[in-house]
Design a protein around this ligand. Structure first.
Ligand code: DOR
Length: 427
């Protein structure tokens, strides 16, 4: 199996390969970049397009097993491929939770059967993600988990978090922290501030995040463990990570596209697609997150793709579950709101969607270097389209970007050397 991708402008932040070149792919790996011969190869004309490593999303909810009416492994992987993502890391808040080897195996088997891109698993830190007792982390390593997290829930017990950071050192995987003090967040539904006061909604102070970010950083210092803070959302969190990195601690973090481009003002329309945890913050936080991307404090952008059924979100704001879908809009929303406005260069965004997340979790992904897995996204950063959530490959419709006119369209996605998605359809 040979594929020659001709004439694309290459962006490969990890390999430092740039410029217009051809990419030869053979047997699922990148063989050569430059002007390789087309002999015996299927040719894909990519002139006018950019080619980047297949995007890597280290925070998605595929709801499988247990909540397949919201999403399943196959629909999740289709949404990923349509968005240019060839590697995803699934969160363990399923039913049952991914807290044993057998559940992890079930998810891995379903991903293999779907045959679209690579699915990695973040196993649970604690049994049933209840925060009481460590899950069977060593056993789940046999199914290749790449991190542990109780995402959806914080680990409120600091002693358990300490044990998780110590124990995972043995396996070389990070603990991914959903940093939220449950008591401080209480029954809040949106960020505490001027907007929550004005519209009379129950508030979540950003300190609910800050205190846990600071706690987990100190526990990383105490244990020497690897800490990954996921979906950080405030200026204080960015500052804390910046200082942790300056101390030489093994701390990484990611931010979501929605926290980079939206603020709590979006909640004023009461669209339940804007109800997300952590909540959309103030403009000063949004700016601090962009600054953290630019100065390298933030390692990765991750969608926190969290599909819910229409009937679950079509309720009052108070009653709706937290979560929004992002896999099919991430690239375009970032190109439109950060690149086109001059807030961030395209190369930097691509690095935070490829090499950055791959390095944070130690995945063999996010590079176009010869020998790397042949996972590639081809896209046109100038192509305009309108987000229509009714057309998503994901089952989720809970998208705050629905109806947006955006720029940046995925033209084709290549996974393990095969064209899996092209011109809006699966191959
Ligand atoms: O908005 C969110 N949705 N935040 C979380 O932490 C969990 C996620 C979900 O599973 O729906």
């Amino acid at each position: 199996m040979k594929l020659l991708i001709k004439g694309a402008e290459i962006i490969d932040p990890a390999g430092k390969i740039a410029g217009r070149n051809d990419i030869l792919v053979e047997d699922g790996v990148i063989r050569e970049i430059g002007k390789p011969s087309a002999a015996g190869a299927e040719v894909l004309d990519a002139s006018g397009l950019k080619a980047a490593p297949g995007l890597v999303d280290i925070h998605v909810h595929f709801r499988d097993p247990g909540y397949e009416y919201k999403e399943n492994v196959a629909t999740g992987l289709r949404a990923a491929a349509a968005g240019g993502f060839t590697s995803v890391v699934c969160m363990p808040n399923t039913k049952p939770d991914i807290d044993t080897k057998s559940v992890a195996k079930y998810v891995n088997d379903k991903a293999r059967a779907a045959g679209l891109g690579r699915l990695f698993i973040a196993g649970a830190i604690s049994k049933k993600r209840e925060g009481a007792e460590l899950a069977e982390i060593g056993d789940m390593m046999n199914e290749g988990i790449v991190a542990v997290t109780d995402d959806g829930n914080p680990v409120m017990n600091a002693q358990l978090m300490r044990r998780a950071l110590e124990y995972t050192k043995m396996f070389g995987i990070p603990v991914m922290s959903h940093a939220e003090d449950k008591n401080l967040a209480g029954a809040g539904v949106m960020n505490e501030g001027m907007v929550s006061t004005t519209i009379g909604m129950r508030p979540i102070p950003k300190e609910a995040e800050t205190v846990m970010v600071l706690r987990d950083i100190e526990l990383a210092a105490l244990t020497g463990g690897r800490l990954h803070l996921t979906h950080i959302s405030s200026a204080e969190s960015v500052d804390a990570v910046r200082r942790a990195k300056a101390r030489g601690l093994r701390v990484t973090c990611d931010v979501t596209p929605h926290h980079l481009v939206l603020t709590d003002e979006s909640v004023m329309g009461f669209d339940t697609a804007t109800k997300v945890n952590p909540p959309l913050r103030a403009e000063s936080d949004r700016r601090a997150l962009v600054a953290g991307l630019l100065d390298g404090t933030i390692d990765a952008i991750a969608s926190d793709h969290a599909p819910h059924a229409v009937h679950e979100k079509e309720v009052s704001y108070d009653d709706a579950p937290f979560g929004l879908v992002g896999l099919e809009t991430t690239l375009a929303v970032l190109v439109t709101r950060l690149v086109e406005t001059g807030a961030a260069p395209l190369e930097l965004l691509i690095s935070k969607l490829t090499a950055g997340p791959a390095a944070a979790l130690g995945l063999n992904a996010g590079s176009l270097a010869p020998g790397a897995p042949a996972d590639i996204v081809l896209f046109d950063p100038a192509a305009e389209w309108t987000v229509d959530s009714s057309k998503f490959f994901s089952k989720g419709r809970n998208c705050p970007f629905n109806g947006w006119r955006v720029r940046g369209r995925v033209a084709a996605t290549v996974a393990a050397g095969n064209i899996v998605f092209k011109d809006g359809a699966f191959v």
